[in-house]
Design a binder for this molecule. Structure first.
Ligand code: XIL
Length: 415
């Protein structure tokens, strides 16, 4: 297996930079970001509302271990749509399936609270298909089998994604022209989707194909460079041909605030629907911040997809409190008051989801990681210089107030 790394999250980082600076009135000068800046203040002021679930926050909480008594709460029992979490597996050092204390504590959390998992890495392109005639399903099968044995469904992530570190080398070769690439992608998708048919509920078919300005990602996508936007439609058609019922998602970040990028995706969806290109829903990654985007903007973005009759799936939610792109940024540690603010924010996001998306169109609500010790944001946002706390369980694997916020929001309570 290729070593896991993520230098080419640059596009995401740039996007986070844009949203981060805008939310704090910082560096970005794009028109869409200034509208974000003005709306973000309403989120900050509304976050002081009182949450409805009574709970006691541990009074002995230290800056890294604020936890909360959750009684007999099982998050997944609050709703009848998938409540998901991204997990490590295979060779990853913090694999869910590891036979050690870490693995056991994470399995206990997953089995109690979540009804769906997404592989955070091990089902990306080159992990399943490193060489043209070589598919490596051992790790993914172990994860999928574990999930199904525990009555947990699986969201497949991801069939086609430009991010260089996980694109199989054979697809990048200069000798590969458009026709060859489309054949390779068809083989890739057909083989993988068929392998998991009946065992996987939904797929991210194409991930992150758009720029922030709503144009197709061109500069850093080998797929676009070789085949222009035609690879996207072809991917959806191949996936549907391989499995007639599995849900097929287009997935991207920075769709929740609305604006040019969401509009670009919606134009693609409209075109697909006009021409009967199969698509079941839009995945909103939602790598957002405590103060950005506003719930009002998120609501409008969800509704735009709902109005097209498609499913809305929150696929990768995490909510860092700290925004390194804000002016005069100073890292804030995890304390009781900030844990409560985060709880309110998580509640508002979950409630916005159930209030806006009708039951039949709820694809699910997934957080990107189990506990704060294992968030990808430490590296991406802080270059490992700080430890962010964006998830539902703390570094000691104890439930945080944020977990109660999600439970309240998903069950429609006031935040
Ligand atoms: C991230 C993983 O969480 C990291 O462990 C890995 O190093 C890089 O990829 N959008 C996506 C996910 O669709 O696949 C990314 O996952 C996060 C951004």
């Amino acid at each position: 297996m290729q070593k896991l790394k993520y230098p080419l999250l640059i596009a995401s980082i740039l996007a986070l930079t844009a949203c981060g600076s805008s939310s704090s009135g910082g560096k970005s000068s794009t028109p869409s970001s200034s509208s974000v800046a003005s709306s973000s203040s309403s989120v900050v002021s509304s976050s002081s509302e009182i949450s409805s679930t009574s709970s006691s926050v541990s009074s002995s909480a230290s800056s890294t271990s604020v936890s909360v008594d959750i009684g007999d709460l099982n998050l997944k029992s609050e709703v009848d749509f998938p409540v998901g979490v991204a997990v490590n597996a295979g060779n990853e050092s913090k694999s869910l399936l590891k036979n050690d204390a870490y693995g056991a504590s994470h399995r206990a959390i997953v089995e109690r609270h979540f009804s769906q998992i997404t592989a955070g890495n091990i089902m990306k392109m080159s992990y399943l298909h490193p060489r043209i005639d070589d598919y490596t399903y051992t790790d993914a099968d172990a994860l999928v089998n574990y999930a199904l044995e525990h009555d947990i469904s699986v969201h497949g992530h991801v069939l086609v994604w430009h991010s260089d570190y996980q694109v199989p080398n054979f697809m990048k070769a200069s000798s590969v022209d458009k026709a060859t690439l489309l054949t390779m992608l068809d083989d890739h998708i057909t083989n993988i989707v068929a392998h998991f048919t009946g065992r996987i509920a939904s797929w991210d078919v194409v991930n992150e194909a758009f720029n922030e300005d709503g144009t197709y990602r061109e500069n850093d996508s080998v797929f676009y460079k070789k085949a222009n936007k035609d690879y996207i439609e072809a991917a959806f058609r191949s996936a549907r041909a391989a499995d007639g019922v599995v849900d097929l998602y287009y997935n991207d970040f920075n769709l929740a605030p609305g604006g040019a990028k969401l509009n670009g995706v919606l134009a693609m969806v409209d075109d697909f629907q006009t021409r009967d290109v199969p698509i079941s829903g839009v995945g909103f990654q939602m790598h957002i911040f405590q103060d950005w985007p506003s719930t009002n903007d998120i609501k409008k973005s969800f509704k735009a997809v709902v109005d097209r009759g498609l499913k809305v799936k929150v696929t990768e939610l995490d909510i860092p409190y700290n925004n390194p792109y804000s002016s005069g940024f100073v890292f804030k540690p995890y304390t009781n008051d900030k844990a409560e603010a985060q709880r309110t924010r998580y509640c508002q996001i979950a409630k916005t989801y159930v209030d806006t998306v009708p039951a039949a169109q709820r694809g699910g609500f997934t957080v990107w990681g189990i506990s704060d010790d294992d968030t990808w944001l430490n590296q991406v946002l802080f270059n490992n210089a700080h430890k962010e706390w964006p998830l539902l369980f703390n570094t000691e694997f104890q439930p945080k107030p944020a977990l109660l916020g999600v439970a309240d929001g998903l069950s429609g309570k006031n935040c």
